[in-house]
Design a protein around this ligand. Structure first.
Ligand code: NAG
Ligand code: NAG
Ligand code: NAG
Ligand code: NAG
Length: 320
């Protein structure tokens, strides 16, 4: 078989050691709607609108296959096909998705549903392992065809947020918010952009329909660098950048933060607002109130001690 011999030819370059998983955000099949509502590990689900978490975040059971990268191999020597061992998490927003941090000062500018990584009921518990040394943040994203985004807006969909509100890295979609509003949609609005802490674009790729878009971001917390890996569907992850300095990001505790994935939609400037309010994206601006969403699977964080998992049980070395 051509497929087998091609795979065997690749074997020497790839090792098959499992790497230590620090955080596993792949929803097991026994994870329920009630678990979501109660913020049962591995997710903290409080950053959302007024409805229960399960109104905004749906577990798709066996109805939609997750990214094939991390499934159980059926044939010992072949990385694919795989049997899913996680369910897809569908995250959406609607007009009720106005978050009240601490129950006050509603974020009327945003519509957001964030799913946040936690362990033993606490996001802070993860930081000593998840955000020291060199760690790799994995996530796969697919269009929710029934809940399309509005690419005239900016979306922040995956990020690590230290307490100063900056992002260690972030995934952006749509037209970056500008005041005044520029031509919409902006160039490349339909592409994923992987941003560094200073909002430089490290990698960009079109958000095509029908595919899982697999990302991994390697963060070296000591040297303060980022590196990006990417693939589609069953393709093994491949490095698309080298390790790039991210020096505006603080090292040590000040640079650590919660790991979010979901849908955060920024507003458009409302010309009727005062000049000060026009720049206040959190509390002011135009939102259409539409129902929009994204599908997620393959969310986990690993140490690079034994390399970076690239799918199909294979690993590559950490990126220099
Ligand atoms: C799912 O099952 C595993 C293994 O039995 C168990 O450890 C875990 O707590 C269960 N998770 C939930 C959310 O019920
Ligand atoms: C939220 O969930 C609780 C517990 O299941 C239920 O009693 C309540 O009616 C739900 N609220 C809404 C707004 O659906
Ligand atoms: C959406 O929510 C905002 C804030 O609560 C409200 O002012 C607005 O009327 C709502 N829009 C729609 C279309 O329901
Ligand atoms: C402030 C600072 O040095 N930021 C750097 C973060 O890393 C990027 C490279 O991706 C640099 O361009 C920035 O200057």
């Amino acid at each position: 078989m051509v497929g087998v011999s091609l795979f065997l030819a690749l074997l020497p370059a790839l090792s098959a050691l499992a790497t230590p998983i620090i955080y596993d955000g792949r929803a097991p099949f026994n994870y329920t709607k009630a678990d979501f509502d109660a913020s049962v590990d591995p997710y903290l689900t409080v950053v959302k609108g007024s409805q229960n978490a399960s109104h905004y975040t749906t577990l798709l059971g066996k109805s939609v296959p997750p990214t094939p990268l991390w499934g159980r191999q059926i044939l010992p020597l072949l990385p694919f096909p795989t049997i899913p061992n996680e369910q897809v998490v569908a995250v959406s927003i609607d007009n009720s998705s106005v978050f009240l941090p601490g129950g006050t000062n509603p974020q009327f500018g945003f519509r957001r549903t964030d799913v946040i990584a936690q362990k033993a009921g606490s996001t802070a518990n993860l930081l000593p392992q998840m955000e020291t040394g060199i760690t790799v943040f994995h996530f796969s994203i697919k269009l929710d065809e029934k809940k399309p985004l509005n690419y005239n807006h900016e979306y922040q969909i995956v990020f690590i947020e230290p307490s100063d509100g900056s992002h260690v890295f972030g995934i952006q979609l749509g037209s970056p918010f500008t005041n005044p509003t520029g031509p919409l949609p902006a160039k490349n609005a339909h592409s994923f952009k992987v941003l560094d802490h200073a909002l430089n674009v490290l990698f960009m790729t079109p958000f095509t329909s029908g595919s899982w878009h697999n990302f991994a971001v390697q963060v070296d917390w000591d040297k303060n660098t980022l590196a990006v890996l990417y693939s589609k569907d069953a393709g093994p992850l491949k490095a698309v950048t080298k390790a790039i300095p991210n020096t505006s990001h603080a090292t040590g505790a000040a640079g650590q933060g919660e790991f979010h994935f979901g849908v955060l939609k920024l507003p458009l400037v409302n010309p009727n607002d005062s000049p000060a309010d026009q720049g206040d994206v959190v509390h002011h601006g135009i939102q259409e109130g539409t129902t929009e969403g994204l599908l997620y699977s393959g969310v986990f964080v690993e140490s690079v001690a034994n390399g970076i998992s690239v799918g199909g049980g294979r690993t590559v070395k950490a990126i220099n």
